[in-house]
Design a protein around this ligand. Sequence first.
Ligand code: NAD
Length: 490
Amino acid sequence: MHQFINGRRTRSATGRSRQVIDPSNGECIVEIDEAGPDEVDAAVRAARGAFGDWSRATPGERSAVLRRFTQQLSDRAEEFASLESRQAGKPIRLAREFDVPGTIDNVDFFAGAARNLDGKAAAEYSPNHTSMIRREAIGVIGSIAPWNYPLQMAAWKMLPAVAAGNAVVLKPAEITPLTSTLFAEVAHEAGLPAGVFNVIVGSGVVAGEALLHHPEVSMLSFTGSTSVGRRVLDAAAGTAKRVHLELGGKAPFVVFDDADLEAAIHGAVAASLINSGQDCTAATRAIVHRSLYEQFVAGVAELYERVRLGPTEDPATDMGPLVSMKHREAVAGFVQRARAYARVVTGGTMPVGALSAGAYFTPTLIADVEPGMEVFREEIFGPVLTVTPVDTDDEALRLANDTVYGLAASVWTTDVFRALRGSREIQSGCVWVNDHIPIISEMPHGGVKQSGFGKDMSTYSFEEYTAIKHVMLDITGERQKAWHRTVFTL
Ligand code: NAD
């Protein structure tokens, strides 16, 4: 029973099922039922039914539910970490130290933020009227999430929406649905009323499309690939739904000639291999000044070769498998083609022996990459870093922006002026200076260009999930108002 509709786990009536596979060993964790249009409709109706009361609950009441939710998630942190690790192939250390605590902190943040929805002060902006702003929930939010951080994505989609008084129907990725359903169940146990947060588990083309086109869904919030993001935009046009898109990335990692090389090398390894490189903000394109180039390539290659691939449940494992054999095939294809036009310095192999049943792929460094090449342009979404030499700061910043994406970037320098120039000139939703990856609940996450628009996390996300209403009150009591004479003089 993997649907969570109107406060209960239910089984879909489609008769269709799917195995959730542990990508570290190819074993089936559980067989799940898949939702069809009827389940999507039931979830949307449940959300619509719950919306009225929830949107009228006071911020304090909504906050109290989220505070209890924080506590219950904390109590069950290990259960979430273990399930997330198994279904997504994450090393348990990453699930325990990043995915789960990050999610709990997000819930905690929105428990507070729910009481801090703000707007302009009510005031007399015309001498004859008092104007005030109401910030109102939008209605039913249809959310669709990817497989790379299933729990965090469920949280990022649900929290600002629910904290602001909306009801949500979430469709997680069909290959990693387990923590999303559990997340909804625990939220309900913490006091979230039935119907406020529903999870439908099913494929993109069936359940996803049904959600995108449902006339009772007021807004679509999508995180995933840019190609599916375009479908979301098309579907939204039908009933003019509001849209929030968090799409792909191809983050540049710019190393200027005055950078602390050791810091840049360590930073590049961590930022490119986190979650096996299946991270939309992961460092993917190192753009390095020629004076440091060969040392950078050698340093990253040396650390890449020391990274421990291993069973996901082993706390000593640094890197787990990719999410599926199918995805590994796609990643391996990019690397195989690159051998013909660039220098694969290390990696690009699949381990044999004990790990051969899993979707493992070794950390892969590709040097001498030029801007026109496939690996510089396309999102690979695996443990693959390309390196491109440059001769000037101008060239580095031009190449950083030479992409259709604009989600995240970093600059590595010890010069404050270069740091400021890089932060200003790189077109992306986030620029780190001398670091790459950390996120915090208080600050927004979201892209520009074909990485999408709108923000997750932080109070900025309330801009997506609330509508601003202007309420204007006459304060003169006059029957014939001065401005009427502009229209008629009787
Ligand atoms: P995907 O676009 O293939 O799938 C994302 C979700 O969309 C899944 O739930 C899938 O079932 C659903 N879907 C697929 N086809 C659909 C359709 N026709 N109609 C409705 N729903 C459909 O992406 P993925 O492979 O799961 O995730 C990887 C991608 O996500 C990468 O491009 C990555 O950059 C991106 N991503 C972006 C962010 C961000 O914050 N910008 C975060 C994580 C992942």
